[in-house]
Design a protein around this ligand. Structure first.
Ligand code: FES
Length: 164
């Protein structure tokens, strides 16, 4: 082999090695980027707050009842006419958890006494607006509530109520 051909072969091998190293470096970078994106995604487990929660069957909730669903952080309120609302348990004033008072028939916030009706409307300030809602779907008599994004509302509306 001539001296010139040897040199060309060496350059080609060197180029190949460089290309290989760049390729591997690129793959490692892409892999790390993918892992980082996966790590930063919110991790929501089925049945926990932030996911779709199965609250129960329609018949489990008598008209006029308010049932706390702790893992979903909401109250399932069944109105006297049979309609359902999933009310976020957070007060719209400063975010305290608002308990339902069965004896008084209303939600009463312990910190500054905001009060809300069974459908979440403000009875007593300082809460500036009704309790937030979560979307409800009812399929084959099973109530599912999507707790991924609460719906804020300025006033209550009859279209908020979901019927089986
Ligand atoms: S957080 Fe409920 S009254 Fe203030």
């Amino acid at each position: 082999m001539k001296e010139e051909e040897k040199e060309q072969t060496q350059i080609t091998r060197l180029d190949f090695l460089k290309t290989l190293w760049f390729g591997l470096g690129g793959l490692v970078t892409i892999e790390l980027g993918g892992l980082t994106v996966a790590y930063l995604q919110p991790h929501v487990t089925e049945g926990e707050f932030g996911s779709i929660i199965t609250a129960g069957n329609v018949d489990d909730f008598p008209p006029g009842s308010v049932t706390h669903i702790p893992n979903g952080r909401f109250y399932l309120s069944r109105l006297q006419d049979g309609g359902f609302l999933a009310l976020y348990q957070r007060c719209t004033h400063l975010g305290c958890n608002v308990p339902w008072d069965q004896n008084l028939g209303k939600f009463v916030c312990p910190c500054h006494n905001s009060q809300f009706t069974q459908d979440g409307d403000v009875l007593n300030p300082p809460a500036p607006r009704p309790l937030d809602l979560f979307p409800i779907t009812i399929e084959n008599g099973v109530i599912k509530v999507n707790t991924s994004k609460p719906i804020s509302r300025d006033k209550i509306n009859s279209t908020d109520v979901v019927y089986a």
